[in-house]
Design a protein around this ligand. Structure first.
Ligand SMILES: [Zn+2]
Length: 378
């Protein structure tokens, strides 16, 4: 196999748009403006609505943070009213428009793109044209049926790198199989750790600058049994990072399934459900959500994981706030009221996560006091 093409860094994107890799590299190097600080990570927010995009971009602007707005295949279908390609065009234009109004850098990223099926290829090819970063997840067939052989994963991922890198679009590959339910298009009951032996081969041959290894994180709101902590394999993570660093120190690791619960949000939701009649089942579900403890994610960030994918806690915050608003005004037909409440919930959830990851003050000073930031749903 010939040498993989390098990421074209001369590519000009729309105003204030940048590849995810460019922004993550600043995080890995601890660069904020002219200052060198501790390493920080970029939470990638999986958005599913225009409101979600607005809240995320507003949070980036408030904090002067680098932004990653991520779209799953099913989110794109939602944006496009069933048509992912249409959804890509609409959602990416919306981000570009908002980015122009502000003064922070933002990346748009396709989450779990697949370059094995014909329908998946169409989405990835279109994403290379309108986003600034794509994930080429060819580690499984996305239907939980087969774990793709290494050579097939390498070949499909390399094909994406060949097209994307020429256009300045960064590519994230996946090695190993992550358990849990991401969305209707990406789920798996099995999990396979990344094999360090395969890693070297994968990174060298594909040329990806972003890698999602499997080290024990899980997709979805139930990352383990209630009451049991999620245990990440930090030793394996460090071993993989060492291998990657030797190949190219610009390679960034990505933590999928890195959602951490907000206990106050769970408590708030459970309180709303209390007087809503026969909602015992829903209350049980809320109480049984299991996230990854933040100290484990922090360990990953310190080690060199600079993109942490978060979705569940933002959805939970949205839903908890909506439950409260519906309960407070079940006959309110001025629906802007609900829109305001859910926007604020998402905005605060995003602010919280950006602050936790250390991603603020990158492009300008934060407009809020980050050290004392706390949000409540009320
Ligand atoms: Zn994922």
């Amino acid at each position: 196999m010939s040498q993989a093409p390098k990421l074209n860094k001369n590519q000009k994107f729309s105003t204030n748009m940048a590849s995810a890799h460019e922004l993550m590299l600043l995080g890995k190097q601890g660069k904020k403006g002219n200052q060198s600080v501790a390493r920080y990570a970029l939470p990638a927010f999986n958005v599913t609505t225009y409101q979600g995009i607005d809240a995320a971009v507003d949070a980036f602007q408030t904090l002067g943070a680098s932004g990653i707005v991520a779209f799953s295949n099913s989110a794109l279908k939602h944006f496009g009213n069933g048509d992912a390609i249409k959804g890509l065009a609409r959602a990416s234009e919306h981000v570009k428009m908002l980015a122009k109004e502000g003064n922070v850098k933002i990346a748009t990223h396709l989450d779990h793109g697949d370059y094995l099926s014909d329908s998946g290829k169409k989405v990835v090819d279109a994403a290379i044209e309108c986003l600034t970063s794509v994930m080429a997840d060819n580690s499984t067939d996305h239907k939980n049926e087969t774990h793709t052989p290494l050579e097939v994963n390498i070949e499909a991922t390399r094909a994406v790198v060949d097209k994307a890198h020429a256009k300045g679009v960064s590519v994230e590959g996946e090695l190993g199989v992550l358990a849990g339910v991401e969305d209707e298009d990406t789920q798996s009951e099995v999990s396979t750790y990344t094999d360090p032996e395969e890693l070297k081969d994968f990174l060298t041959k594909t040329g990806v600058l972003m890698l999602a290894p499997t080290i024990g994180t899980m997709h979805g709101p139930n990352k383990g049994k209630p009451g049991q902590k999620v245990k990440l394999n930090i030793e394996l993570a460090n071993e993989c990072l060492k291998i990657a660093d030797k190949i190219n120190s610009d390679i960034i690791f990505v933590a999928h399934g890195a959602s951490t619960l907000y206990p106050n949000v769970i408590e708030y939701a459970v309180n709303q459900l209390k007087d809503m009649g026969t909602l015992a089942e829903a209350t049980k579900k809320w109480n049984n959500f299991v996230g990854t403890d933040w100290d484990q994610i922090e360990g990953l960030i310190k080690a060199g994981f600079c993109k942490i994918n978060t979705d569940t806690e933002n959805r939970q915050t949205y839903l908890a706030a909506l439950l409260g608003a519906v309960k407070a005004g079940p006959a309110t037909i001025d629906i802007r009221n609900f829109d305001k409440v859910t926007y604020k919930a998402l905005y605060h959830s995003y602010l919280q996560k950006l602050i936790m990851a250390g991603n603020y003050g990158v492009w300008h000073e934060p407009k809020i006091d980050v050290k004392n930031f706390k949000f409540t749903l009320s």
